[in-house]
Design a protein around this ligand. Structure first.
Ligand code: SF4
Length: 442
């Protein structure tokens, strides 16, 4: 039973020392009750109170980890329904499914292709997280070995027949894979198998009641790491189910359903893409797609990246002078902010054009140009200070800077701040910068 904020407060030291980052013990207690703070933030809780608070402090959605030689994927530990309330923590793992019936050679080729895929998005490397192998006939053990020969990333083994799955799990010594397929018909044997191989277990039920009943029984058999399969008949049902499960875990602290969610997507004509996008947004811990294609994964990886960034901490690049295409002293100086997407938009456009430039990135606390200007973080004073402290003048033979078109209003003030410099107003959009450089900066 979850404790209320007042009950938690009574177990805290009540000294209001603020070391937890909250102004009072009561404020901290309220955040703990809302699952928006960690008990570890208070160094003064007594051991006795810590024990009593353990249940309240435990994450409402259990953290589970899939491990293999090539890395690990975590899911769970989420504390909010909506990203803007705090942040989402563990990115939904994106997996590619192969079928044992396809045969070892075809499996190897498909997995090798997906495994080699890497893409750089605003300085972050994105890739496929792991693979699922379905026991749908054929030699399952050979299929698992074929996958393992082409990738070292975490695996999910899918099937109902525990003897077949056992043969596949035996091919993964020392790993913590996920076993998928427990339901009312086979849960006992699946729980035994998960325990034997230290695997986490994905459970499905015909209703939420049945699902809660199954997880309680499986837990009683000694399997703690579980995930819940979201298995509606259509997208609408899946959305409804995922939302109910998340609400029950977070709002009602209903432990039997406090596990990460797994969604398998199917369907041609992009239906799998739509289903995966929905699952990433609400509230999957693992999303398994039936195929690999770069054009399918890239938008999903970017969507996931955007959903799982902390809304209070924009992705930033280091302020500084960036050299693009080996600039010379006569090359132009472009000025922008240190919001990653802003930086990469302009850097990629200029780099792609082959034109050399000095790109001066100001510290605007990670905000984009207009937002930073509106917040007073990208004004003439700050730009001038950046130009001076980074000693941009020592790099160039012509003192001329180009500011983004969105802050044209700053040009007059900037002339006053930097009287030795020529101030030019560039285009509003990054895509127009190369043409501007060719036509206006001769
Ligand atoms: Fe209270 Fe502990 Fe926070 Fe200090 S650190 S204010 S004692 S909850």
């Amino acid at each position: 039973m979850a404790l209320s904020g007042i009950q938690i407060y009574k177990l805290l030291p009540q000294t209001n020392c603020k070391e937890c980052g909250f102004p009072t013990c009561l404020a901290f207690a309220m955040k703990l009750a809302a699952k928006q703070a960690e008990l570890a933030a208070c160094p003064y809780v007594t051991e006795e109170s810590r024990k009593q608070l353990a249940e309240s402090a435990a994450p409402p959605i259990r953290l589970i980890t899939l491990k293999a030689a090539g890395g690990e994927i975590k899911a769970g530990n989420e504390t909010v329904l909506f990203r803007h309330e705090k942040t989402f923590f563990n990115k939904a793992g994106l997996f590619v499914k192969v079928k044992a019936s396809d045969g070892a050679e075809a499996i190897k080729a498909e997995v090798a292709k997906a495994n080699a895929y890497k893409v750089n998005y605003v300085g972050i490397e994105l890739c496929v997280d792991g693979f699922a192998v379905e026991a749908d006939g054929g030699d399952f053990s050979a299929a698992v070995k074929a996958v393992r020969s082409a990738t070292k990333r975490p695996l999910i083994l899918v099937g109902k027949d525990t003897a077949v799955l056992d043969a596949g799990l035996a091919a993964l010594p020392g790993e913590n894979p996920m076993l998928c397929g427990a339901d009312a018909s086979n849960w006992e044997a699946m729980a035994d198998l998960a325990k034997k191989y230290s695997a986490s277990l994905t459970v499905s039920g015909a209703s939420l009641d049945e699902l809660a009943d199954l997880t309680a029984k499986i837990q009683a058999k000694g399997v703690e790491d579980m995930a819940l399969e979201v298995k509606g008949d259509n997208l609408s049902q899946n959305l409804s189910l995922a939302t109910q499960l998340r609400r029950l875990a977070l709002k009602s602290n209903f432990r039997p359903l406090g596990y990460p969610l797994v969604t398998f997507t199917e369907g041609g004509n992009g239906r799998d893409a739509v289903a995966a996008a929905q699952a990433i947004s609400k509230y999957a811990g693992f999303v398994v797609l039936p195929r690999f294609a770069a054009e399918l994964f890239y938008p999903l990886l970017v969507l996931r990246q955007n959903i799982y960034t902390d809304p209070q901490k924009p992705i930033q690049v280091q302020p500084g002078i960036y050299e693009i295409n080996n600039p010379k002293p006569e090359s132009p100086v472009l000025v922008t902010t240190n919001f990653s997407i802003t930086y990469f938009s302009i850097a990629n456009e200029v780099e792609g054009s082959g034109l050399p430039a000095w790109l001066v990135v100001c510290d605007a606390e990670g905000m984009s140009v207009l937002t930073a200007w509106a917040a007073g973080k990208f004004d003439s004073e700050r730009i001038a200070k950046t130009i001076k402290t980074m000693d941009v003048a020592s790099k160039v033979s012509r003192k001329r800077i180009v500011i983004p078109g969105h802050v044209a209003v700053l040009s007059g003030e900037l002339e006053a701040e930097l009287p030795d410099w020529e101030i030019r107003v560039g285009p509003r959009e990054a895509v127009d910068v190369p043409a501007f450089m060719k036509q206006a900066l001769i």
